[in-house]
Design a binder for this molecule. Structure first.
Ligand code: FAD
Length: 379
């Protein structure tokens, strides 16, 4: 454990690790194989305070920091990357309502999210608006006390199962300034879901389109002012990116631990493969790079907690560096396992498949470079 963390943080970390080892790790292979979304296990994380980690306490949140959240997600993903990553999306959605919602909205929705009575999804991406999210076309038209919303959201994690959708839609043609945020309940008339996508990893959670055909939503379900939704969506992503990076780190750590154990066990040419210097150097590089990634993640989390002006840049740098490093470390762990690494029974190929998408979602790693360089070059 790093000297960076205090006793309380070490306790939080240990609690998350115990939950991961008892409730996630034993099932991760089966959930991946069967594409099973473990909603009951996800709901049970509320008892540990993991459903509203950085949500305020008056609405049932844990009132913890982004650093604490990263510690929790790093450990949960040691048990199962895909399930931990979904819990991180629920936390991001809950935080957006807690932070940008009115008092009435906070009191009405957030306690039900922090108790996991309701599970939430975050809906920004569209078929024609991925990296260029501000070009989204889903339209919300005011009609008396309601909005009528029509459009399609693409790649929505948890869609079809989640009870609540935090959804960005266009209320005017003013680019990013024409986007507003709405809360939409699963039962809303006109709301439907596409097929569960067949995908490389993240199989323990569904990914579907969210299709809105003249869905009528009370104006009271609009978060904040009209036109502020894109800002809310981006603010959610600063912390979301740290969580996605933390989840990558935990998965890569499990892969590294497995590679280390395997290298000592596996004999070829009359000795353990750990006795070959090529293996030793690979392990040394994996450990060094993963620790460097960890330092970067917690520095970025500290800056977001401290609300430093460069926090967004640091979140982007951490997301880019940690997810690239974690994927490489997991892939190297697979290589150390030889042909066995390619088999599901050894767990490493699942981690490689799960970690690949961390380089793509919540902003691709190319878009992270756009954010970093734009900030470096401004002024
Ligand atoms: C499993 C999964 C789960 C997801 N969950 C959610 C979710 O819950 N909610 C949600 O809203 N979205 C979700 N997403 C969507 C995800 O955030 C997008 O896939 C991502 O932002 C990229 O958008 P795109 O796929 O349309 O790619 P595109 O934007 O079409 O990008 C294609 C390629 O072009 C590159 N590129 C694009 N623009 C630039 C540029 N300016 N400079 C350099 N390179 C560029 C990209 O980096 C990428 O390599 C999920 C995606 C996946 C795969």
């Amino acid at each position: 454990m790093s000297l960076m963390f205090n006793d309380e943080q070490q306790m939080i970390r240990d609690m998350a690790r115990k939950f991961a080892e008892d409730q996630l790790l034993p099932h991760s292979e089966a959930w991946d194989r069967d594409s099973h979304f473990p909603v009951d296990v996800i709901r049970s994380t509320a008892e540990l305070g993991f459903a509203g980690i950085y949500v305020k306490e008056d609405v049932g949140g844990s009132g913890l920091t982004r650093t604490d959240a990263a510690l929790i997600f790093e450990q949960l993903s040691y048990g199962d990357v895909s399930t931990a990553a979904f819990i991180s999306i629920h936390n991001m959605a809950s935080w957006m309502i807690d932070t940008f919602g009115s008092e009435a909205q906070r009191k009405a929705w957030v306690p039900r999210l922090t108790s996991m009575e309701l599970i939430a999804s975050y809906c920004l991406t569209e078929p024609g608006a991925g990296s260029d999210a501000a070009s989204l076309k889903t339209k919300a038209v005011r009609d008396g006390d309601d909005y009528v919303i029509t459009g399609t959201k693409q790649f929505i994690s948890g869609a079809g199962t989640s009870d609540l959708y935090v959804l960005m839609a266009r209320t005017s043609d003013n680019g990013a300034k024409g986007v507003s945020t709405f809360l939409i309940e699963k039962e809303a008339a006109g709301l439907s879901f596409g097929a569960n996508e067949r995908k490389m990893g993240w199989k323990s959670q569904p990914t579907r389109q969210v299709i809105l055909d003249e869905v009528r939503v009370p104006a009271a379900n609009r978060i904040g002012e009209e036109g502020h939704g894109f800002r809310f969506a981006m603010a959610g992503l600063d912390g979301g990116r740290l969580n996605i990076a933390a989840c990558a780190l935990g998965g890569a750590q499990l892969a590294l631990d497995k590679a280390l154990a395997y290298a000592k066990e596996r004999q070829q040419f009359g000795k353990a493969i750990a006795d070959f210097q090529a293996t030793q150097f690979k392990l040394a590089d994996m450990e060094t790079e993963l620790q460097a990634a960890r330092l970067m993640l917690y520095e970025a989390a500290g800056r977001l907690d401290g609300k430093t002006p460069d926090a967004t840049r640091w979140c982007a740098m951490a997301k880019r560096f940690v997810t690239d490093t974690a994927f490489k470390v997991a892939n190297d762990a697979l290589q150390i396992h030889g042909g066995y690494g390619y088999l599901a029974d050894y767990h490493v190929e699942r981690i490689v498949r799960d970690l690949r998408v961390h380089q793509i979602l919540e902003g691709t790693n190319e878009i992270m470079r756009v954010i970093i360089s734009r900030d470096m070059l401004k002024g």
